[in-house]
Design a protein around this ligand. Structure first.
Ligand SMILES: Cc1cc2nc3c(=O)[nH]c(=O)nc-3n(C[C@H](O)[C@H](O)[C@H](O)COP(=O)(O)OP(=O)(O)OC[C@H]3O[C@@H](n4cnc5c(N)ncnc54)[C@H](O)[C@@H]3O)c2cc1C
Length: 372
């Protein structure tokens, strides 16, 4: 039997590509060398963030469209599986504590109305004097006010991956503990680490940060890297959905299951893949500055992961240069969970250009940009 598509990597990108391929009626296999969502997609944080509404460009539009349609995508997934992914369009708060930040924020308020089509979508980006959510972002941490947007959302990353796995496992062949070694395009043979092989018409590489090594060999230069991030999970029950708090690379995300995740992901240099207690304590103390009521919340778990980041920052989506049947979808900024469905849809468009071309793939996402 020959698969139409073999997808490599069972993270949020690979799962989303597999789902989109299934939606096209294709015969799909998903290879994961460990277990589904055991890489960067095993995370805790789950902030689904918009880009700021200024200096507008194709990729901001792409991300806006992805976020707007996300509610429907989640609803479909939850209906199909009967599983909640802890999604809520809870919004986002950003503390303002310097005059330049305040001025910058105020200048974006006007632009957001146009860019986010606020009249039509209802999503707003405003500066308010104090938190509308009791002590969720205390005035001491935001002396000049707060950016409050109603577009950002949150979901539980582990539940999203689990939902996708449940949806897919009876419809495609998911092969865990199966390492991909390579694809001979001439014979259509996919070589596996266990010595076996599969037959396929196409391969899609969504192998996270480890997938950059073969891509960099093809390009003759580094295409991407792994960026470490760390997080912790607190027990903290909120009586209603609370907005994501974001400041200077740190996210504080209240989840539906009575937890709060705190995380950051921008360590370009790392030696250990494990959480570092000093970093965890720094993040926790910052979060407590924002929300003093987190002070005595018990720590449930700590987690660190390595996310894929393209050297040229933007995601990489399309046919690998010099290849005829080997595709790639990887490197989703810090916000893969907000855009992976749209990235996967774009990949299908690129693969089957004779079908409807409804989504505009930004030039900076295309292999020519990254490999050029
Ligand atoms: C601390 C932290 C916090 C974050 N917070 C957020 C957030 O709030 N919101 C958000 O949207 N994003 C967040 N991210 C980023 C997000 O988690 C990642 O961008 C995303 O999970 C990447 O998904 P992926 O599928 O590209 O890669 P991965 O999830 O890493 O998946 C790649 C998979 O490929 C497999 N693989 C590799 N090589 C092979 C091979 N040869 N054969 C078979 N399988 C292979 C790996 O085992 C792995 O499971 C965060 C990341 C970190 C580290």
């Amino acid at each position: 039997m020959t698969y139409d598509i073999v997808v490599v990597g069972g993270g949020i990108f690979g799962l989303s590509v597999a789902k989109a391929a299934l939606g096209k009626g294709l015969k799909v296999a998903l290879l994961e060398k460990n277990t589904i969502a055991s890489g960067a997609s095993a995370g805790l944080v789950g902030a689904l963030m918009p880009h700021v509404p200024s200096k507008w460009n194709d990729k901001k539009q792409f991300q806006l469209d992805a976020l707007i349609e996300l509610s429907d995508i989640v609803e479909e997934l939850e209906e199909a599986t009967g599983l909640s992914v802890g999604y809520s369009r809870a919004g986002r708060l950003i503390p303002l504590y310097t005059e330049p930040k305040l001025e910058h924020a105020l200048s974006r308020v006007e632009e957001s109305k146009q860019r986010w089509r606020s009249d039509e979508t209802g999503f707003t980006f405003n500066v308010v004097k104090e938190t509308p959510f009791n002590d969720w972002l205390t005035p001491e941490a935001a002396p000049l006010g707060i950016i409050w947007d109603t577009l950002a959302a949150r979901a539980n990353p582990r539940l999203v991956s689990a939902g996708l796995k449940t949806l897919l496992e009876t419809r495609i062949d998911i092969m865990e503990h199966t390492e991909y070694l390579g694809f001979d395009e001439t014979t259509g043979t996919v070589s596996l680490g266990n010595g076996e092989s599969l037959s396929a018409d196409r391969v899609v590489l969504s192998a996270g940060y480890e997938g950059f090594e073969p891509l960099s060999k093809i390009a003759g230069k580094p295409i991407g890297m792994g960026v470490k991030g760390q997080s912790l999970l607190l027990e903290y029950k909120a009586d209603k959905p609370l907005p994501v708090i974001y400041d200077n690379g740190i996210y504080v995300v209240s989840h539906a299951n009575g937890t709060v995740a705190i995380g950051s992901t921008s360590e370009q240099e790392w030696t250990s893949k494990e959480p570092v207690e000093a970093d965890i304590q720094t993040m926790l103390s910052k979060a407590v500055d924002f929300c003093p009521s987190l002070k005595d919340a018990p720590i449930l778990t700590r987690w660190a992961g390595i996310r894929p980041k393209c050297k040229k920052r933007d995601p990489l989506v399309g046919l690998i240069p010099g290849k005829d049947k080997t595709w790639v979808a990887t490197g989703g900024f810090k916000i893969s969970y907000a855009i992976s469905h749209r990235i996967a849809a774009c990949l299908m468009q690129e693969m089957f250009p004779e079908q409807d071309q409804t989504i505009h793939l930004p030039e900076s996402f295309k292999p020519a940009f990254h490999f050029g």
